[in-house]
Design a protein around this ligand. Structure first.
Ligand code: HAM
Length: 433
């Protein structure tokens, strides 16, 4: 008799791994709590309409990936491919859309998508996510993204601070409102129809049902056609543009690094305005660690009182893959200290030594030159060690009770009051939000 095995694309999580899962889950519970979110647990199976009406009848998740079956009572049910639609269903069903104020919810748990299994693509996988219902504010979009990056940092995923640095990268785009979308789709349809013969078979299908999705096809030939095409940002109304400007400003205020990706569109139809994804190059083809965005029309579309909303979900298996890759790389590459404290002259060295100790106590790896050599020599040392930041402290700084901070990648120098420099550095290195 053939031996029984777990289904392809599903995995047992054995005791040697469960500790890692528990640690991740505990970090998530703690952080979501800190930001004022409360846990919701929705069923793993739902009436299929919850997803077809939310994600879009034509979305690939619905047409190709949803586990869909008839139950014994003849109802069409589905294993949840994601949780946003279920959370919105529950929000309406329990009358939360009738209450005023903002509802902040989070969830952890398995999702199901019948995709072709490969590294980072499972049929049963796990997400941790949040949904905020009832806020229009661009600060809320920024908070959700800041929370996602905070969670990644907390569980040990390195976050890139600028292009070219290894680590997780937050990419953002503005998909506009439904009115903008209609104009966008028309323009995209006409562009891609002209280049139809150059598209891959999947994109030929997408052209019929949702030409927006061609923009983020990974196939080389489709990417080159997409390069010459219009992008969502060209079709935005003034209100959607303004909202996005404010989101980006709020991200800056929260010291969250991001990249604009004008071709980012997401695979679910419910998004409006802000859409974002966190990618990590070590993940290969399935490079998204997490994603989300605003979905201001979904509550109404599912029969509730119009309620603006925004959220994200992150893939647990993909986080674990990144953490594993980091450990493997760290085995070969020494991790440089983050800060070099360059004190100029013996008098400054005494105080510089104090700053160094405080930096280390605050968890910032740092070194100094106890010989207090000339600045040029110390900068050479910092460069050789690979320190990203040099804290310069000489007579001028001492007199002004300031320190000078030099970003070694850009050469940019900033003066910061000495008393605030530890916090400034922690923020700059994104060790705190
Ligand atoms: P999503 O981008 O479809 O968004 O999924 C979020 C994350 O789940 C992905 O970035 C990835 O890490 C993980 N994931 C997705 N599919 C698989 C798979 N087959 N195997 C392993 N991991 C996978 C959503 O699900 C939205 N509900 C996010 C959201 C919340 N938007 C607003 N609120």
């Amino acid at each position: 008799m053939a031996s029984l095995k777990a289904l392809g694309g599903t995995s047992d999580i054995l005791p040697e791994e469960t500790k890692r899962w528990q640690t991740l889950e505990q970090s998530a519970h703690r952080l979501f709590d800190l930001y004022g979110y409360q846990e919701i647990r929705t069923p793993l199976i739902e009436e299929a309409g919850v997803f077809t009406r939310s994600l879009g009848e034509a979305a690939e998740i619905v047409t190709k990936q949803m586990y869909l079956f008839q139950d014994r009572g003849g109802r069409q049910v589905a294993l949840r491919p994601e949780a946003t639609a279920s959370v919105v269903r529950a929000f309406i069903e329990h009358g939360l859309d009738k209450t005023s104020g903002v509802t902040r919810l989070y969830y952890l748990g398995p999702m199901f998508r019948a995709e072709r299994p490969q590294a980072g693509r499972r049929r049963q996988f796990h997400q941790m996510g949040v949904e905020v219902l009832g806020s229009n504010s661009p600060y809320q979009d920024a908070e959700v993204m800041a929370l996602l990056m905070h969670l990644l940092r907390d569980v040990g995923v390195a976050v890139a601070r600028q292009a070219g640095e290894p680590g997780a990268i937050l990419q953002v785009n503005n998909l506009g409102c439904l009115q903008d979308r209609a104009k966008m789709l028309e323009a995209l349809k006409s562009h891609f129809t002209r280049h139809q013969t150059e598209l891959c078979p999947d994109c030929k299908e997408r052209l019929k049902v949702n030409p927006l999705r061609i923009l983020d096809c990974k196939q080389e030939k489709c990417r080159s056609v997409a390069q010459g095409s219009t992008v969502p940002s060209e079709w935005l109304c003034a209100a959607c543009k303004k909202h996005f400007e404010n989101v980006l400003q709020a991200l800056k205020a929260l010291h969250v690094s991001y990249e604009l990706n004008l071709h980012l569109v997401r695979g679910l139809d419910y998004y409006t305005k802000t859409a974002f994804e966190v990618i990590h190059l070590s993940l290969g083809a399935q490079n998204a660690l997490g994603g989300g965005g605003r979905y201001d029309d979904l509550v109404e579309a599912l029969g509730g009182t119009p309620t603006p909303a925004v959220g994200f979900a992150v893939g647990v298996e993909r986080i674990l893959m990144v953490l594993k890759a980091q450990v493997e790389t760290a085995g070969n590459t020494p991790v440089p200290p983050r800060v070099f404290v360059a004190a100029l002259g013996q008098d400054s060295l005494r105080e510089g030594f104090g700053i160094l100790t405080k930096l280390r106590a605050a968890g910032v790896s740092s070194v100094t030159d106890y010989e207090a050599r000339p600045l040029k020599r110390q900068l050479e040392q910092a460069n050789k060690l690979g320190c990203g930041l040099v804290l310069i402290f000489g007579d001028v700084e001492r007199d002004k009770r300031m320190v000078t901070l030099k970003d070694m990648a850009s050469g940019e120098q900033t003066q910061v009051p000495k008393e605030q420099c530890i916090e400034w550095i922690q923020r700059r290195l994104e060790l705190v939000p």
